[in-house]
Write a protein that binds this ligand. Structure first.
Ligand code: GUN
Length: 291
């Protein structure tokens, strides 16, 4: 049976270091890291994520601001808020929660965030730095960065020559994940909805990352014996009428556990790492601002 990768514990380790270094930065440079989280509209899942990000920032000793705007806010109003946060010296990280309502061009909003405050790592400058392998200079998107830490916990720091398959090609997870694995000298394939014979491809992977948002799509016999399986999916499913919704990943956990060497659970795997890495990125930004 597979080792279950404890993302909650790994996330707490990252957060503990962030707290320590925050106290140090305040004591030595008088700079308190500041994170502004912006949410537009009332999507309940987004509200939960945003609240936990703001709360974790406070826990870390950061200055933490949450800006909640009504769903009918215009793009111009949101852009004005982003510009204000760009110019605010108390703020080192700006996160605009996605998705945005349809009257807004999310791409335009993201590209308006100052790259040096783009702790999500979605601005072209940061995407480009990751793509060219300048990882220290970049802000790396939080979810894939967290996934890499989990992979390294299992496989060690040297991933050279391992075969990695990333299922999903989103800008938030799939593409940056593939770039991180490539920078770590893995042989990387990105699979997606048009990929032919996905089960056979998945079975070639020493490291299998699922980030598609389809409940339990990856079956047990898609997993190479001993593989490290990272499940990024968080899907709410209702098993039977009248039952409470439960969270499941993109991987059929029980069957995959019979083949994998190690596997992340949902919840308690990748989720807590995403928030932890957001804190780490905000701290990195504050250190840079302090010189
Ligand atoms: N929505 C889902 N994941 C994310 C994320 O990592 N960052 C932002 N800004 N929005 C999201």
């Amino acid at each position: 049976m597979a080792e279950i990768i404890d993302g909650k514990a790994a996330g707490e380790e990252v957060v503990a270091k962030v707290k320590e270094r925050t106290a140090q930065l305040i004591a030595e440079a008088g700079v308190q890291p500041g994170l502004a989280v912006v949410i537009v509209g009332e999507d309940p899942a987004s509200q939960v994520y945003v609240n936990s990000k703001s709360k974790k920032a406070k826990d870390c000793g950061f200055h933490s601001e949450q800006h909640t705007l009504p769903a009918e806010t215009s793009e111009a109003e949101l852009l004005a808020l982003v510009e204000k946060l760009n110019a605010d010296p108390k703020i080192h990280g700006i996160l605009v929660q996605l998705p945005l309502p349809s009257q807004m061009d999310a791409g335009k909003v993201i590209q308006t965030i100052a790259p040096e405050k783009d702790v999500d790592g979605f601005h072209f400058n940061n995407v480009g730095r990751l793509g060219t392998g300048e990882l220290d200079a970049a802000f790396v998107p939080c979810t894939p960065a967290g996934c890499m830490l989990l992979v390294e916990k299992i496989r060690g720091a040297d991933l050279s020559g391992l075969s990695a398959v990333v299922i999903g090609r989103s800008n938030i997870v799939g593409k940056p994940m593939a770039n991180l694995l490539l920078a770590a000298n893995c042989t990387v394939t990105i699979a997606h909805s048009r990929t032919k014979d996905l089960p056979a491809l998945a079975r070639t992977a020493d490291i299998l990352v699922a980030a598609v948002g389809r409940p339990e799509m990856v079956k047990g016999d898609w997993v190479k014996p001993g593989a490290t399986v990272i499940d990024v999916g968080i899907n709410r499913v209702i098993a039977a009428e009248g039952e409470k919704a439960k969270l499941v990943g993109d991987v059929a956990f029980a069957e995959a556990s019979e083949h994998a060497g190690a596997i992340t659970p949902v919840p308690g795997g990748v989720g807590p790492m995403t928030i932890a890495l957001l804190m780490a990125n905000t701290l990195k930004s504050a250190y840079r601002a302090a010189g």
